[in-house]
Design a protein around this ligand. Structure first.
Ligand SMILES: Nc1ncnc2c1ncn2[C@@H]1O[C@H](COP(=O)(O)OP(=O)(O)OP(=O)(O)O)[C@@H](O)[C@H]1O
Ligand SMILES: [Mg+2]
Length: 256
């Protein structure tokens, strides 16, 4: 399964959710790959502890091979980095991705990621993609490459408008490029159970037929601490309620 965790809104939890679901999948014994497509490289840092120059050049390296054309471009393969966590591998991101974007666009390389990830599906049972917070070349490449999309949502009315825009965008993309793409679910992140508005918004989305997943992720400082420790929650604090919610959320997925 190739999953992209996407919402163009910034800071809704894309990276946290992609990395933590990938970590649960790997801890359960599935060969799992995290593909970082964001020049901010948050996922790469979270899963390796590296930053700056030390970051693995994975995706940038791959796209440079692609841009070089000829036989090398056709056989392009990114360096894949082992993380400290068993069964969890990473194709890293670096700031260089931002410079490559206009060149990749100009050369129409939007389907290259799809071809790569279909090939890598032979080695990895689950692939999670962490795109940047924008509807740009990398995000569209990811939506074309994936067969499932998970949408983080923070129960804010601006997010709700962004969500409808995104769902329209996905419908259009399915028609033009990837009719196999399924919106697997909307993931409520940083849920506030005591406030009335978030639950009301969730009920309304469900009444509209939108697939809000039944497990809502709580807000906890442990998430930031786990980023700081460069350790997904299932390893950082497996007994914490948020870690358990991630395990439950993972089991709601089609192959969880
Ligand atoms: N369940 C949670 N509880 C508390 N804090 C959280 C939770 N999920 C995410 N956060 C915090 O929210 C911030 C944004 O999270 P994250 O980086 O995962 O979002 P993002 O959508 O990937 O952001 P960007 O759009 O910049 O890529 C981080 O500081 C993270 O620690
Ligand atoms: Mg992110």
């Amino acid at each position: 399964m190739r999953r992209v965790v996407f919402n163009q809104k910034g800071g809704v939890g894309k990276t946290s959710i992609a990395c933590n679901l990938a970590a649960v999948s790997a801890a359960q014994g599935y060969r799992t790959l995290l593909v970082d497509l964001d020049a901010q490289a948050n996922a790469s840092q979270y899963l390796t502890g590296f930053c700056g120059e030390e970051l693995p050049t994975g995706m940038a390296d791959y796209f440079k091979q692609v841009l070089s054309g000829g036989p090398a471009g056709k056989k392009a393969r990114p360096p894949i980095t082992e993380t400290p966590f068993e069964n969890l591998h990473l194709i890293g991101a670096t700031a260089e991705l931002a410079d490559l974007q206009p060149k990749l666009e100009a050369k129409h390389k939007i389907t290259k990621l799809r071809k790569l990830l279909i090939t890598l599906s032979e080695e990895y049972e689950r692939i999670y993609i962490d795109p940047p917070p924008a509807l740009n070349f990398f995000t569209l490449s990811a939506l074309i490459a994936a067969d499932r999309c998970l949408i983080p949502f923070d129960c804010d009315s601006f997010s709700r408008q962004a969500l409808y825009g995104l769902l329209d965008e996905i419908e259009e993309l399915k028609e033009d490029h990837n009719d196999a793409l399924v919106v697997e679910g909307i993931i409520v992140n940083q849920f506030q159970p005591r406030a009335a508005l978030p639950q009301q918004m969730i009920d309304e989305l469900r009444a509209e037929g939108l697939p809000v997943l039944p497990v809502h992720l709580m807000s906890s400082v442990r998430m930031r601490e786990s980023h700081q420790a460069c350790m997904p929650l299932i390893h950082f604090d497996p007994r914490h309620k948020l870690s358990q919610q991630y395990v439950e959320l993972h089991s709601c997925l089609e192959d969880g």
